[in-house]
Design a protein around this ligand. Structure first.
Ligand code: KIV
Length: 272
């Protein structure tokens, strides 16, 4: 099934799942604002994730914990307004779903109702089973997230690779199976060994989308600010930078300052 708007065939949960079954990789990026979302959508991205990484790259916090549900909804509204084709998935922020399934459902409903997004994402496996069930029962598609789950950073202590030890790998396998059985439509695997990500991707029905999880997941996701080189000092091994916008924007800004100070800008043709 696909939802059409004019000529454009929208990406839905069904489209994403069909991509896995025909072996077509899924491309996902984060977006937090209208202008960037418009570029990424027109370029043909499959999924835009309004990630709680907005807490880091948009607001400058050290972790994803401080961002609020209201702030996530604001970012999601801006992204949804820009998009014609991509599926928009929104992170449930820390504190908006962990306490109980009723609060989780209320948070998910607020996101869907107030932003017009197409799905929510939340972190964790068995611990959040009841919340996932309840959100799914309300007809809201859910994307899972296992491995390095940044909302639990103070439990982990570091952002290093997860599930290297067999006990943690086994828990991840079981959680992935559970999320598949519950009816999540896709699953993010963050920063886990490539071999484990391959095994999980092959053993569950739903598509896996990796970040730092090797090339055998069903899709890939990066934070847009990292992929475009806007963040300067974040250099994990998994990150491929496609531009160095930190330098390019700095260079343009220096040139603008120079032109203003030298009275070169604006010139005759740039005034009324
Ligand atoms: O918030 C985010 O950007 C994410 C991705 C890293 C998957 O959850």
């Amino acid at each position: 099934m696909s939802v059409t708007s004019g000529e454009i065939k929208r990406v839905t949960t069904h489209v994403i799942q069909a991509m896995k079954h025909r072996g077509e990789k899924i491309a996902m990026l984060t977006a937090y604002d209208f202008s960037m979302a418009r570029i990424l959508d027109e370029a043909g991205i499959d999924i835009l994730l309004v990630g709680d990484s907005a807490s880091n790259v948009m607001a400058g916090h050290e972790t994803t914990l401080p961002i609020t549900l209201d702030q996530m909804i604001y970012h999601a509204q801006s992204v949804v307004r820009a998009v014609h084709r991509a599926m928009v998935v929104v992170d449930l922020p820390f504190g908006s779903y962990q306490s109980n399934s009723e609060i989780a459902l209320k948070s998910a409903i607020r996101i869907m109702k107030e932003s017009g997004a197409h799905a929510v994402k939340l972190e964790g496996g068995a611990e959040v089973e009841e919340s996932i069930k309840r959100i799914l029962m309300a007809g809201i598609p859910v994307m899972g997230h296992l491995g390095l789950t940044p909302q639990s950073i103070y439990k982990f202590g570091t952002y290093t690779v997860r599930a290297r030890e067999e006990a943690e790998a086994q828990k991840l396998r079981e959680d992935a199976r559970l999320l598949d059985e519950l009816g999540c439509f896709a699953l993010v695997l963050e920063k886990i060994p490539a071999q484990l990500a391959k095994e999980v991707s092959e053993s569950i029905e739903i598509p896996t989308i990796g970040i730092g999880a090797g090339g055998d997941t069903d899709g890939q996701v990066l934070v847009i600010h990292d992929m475009l080189g806007i963040t300067k000092d974040f250099k994990p091994r998994f990150l491929r930078r496609y531009l160095n916008l930190f330098e390019a924007i700095g260079e343009a800004t220096r040139k603008y300052i120079e032109d203003v100070k030298s009275r070169d800008f604006p010139n005759e043709s740039e005034q009324y």
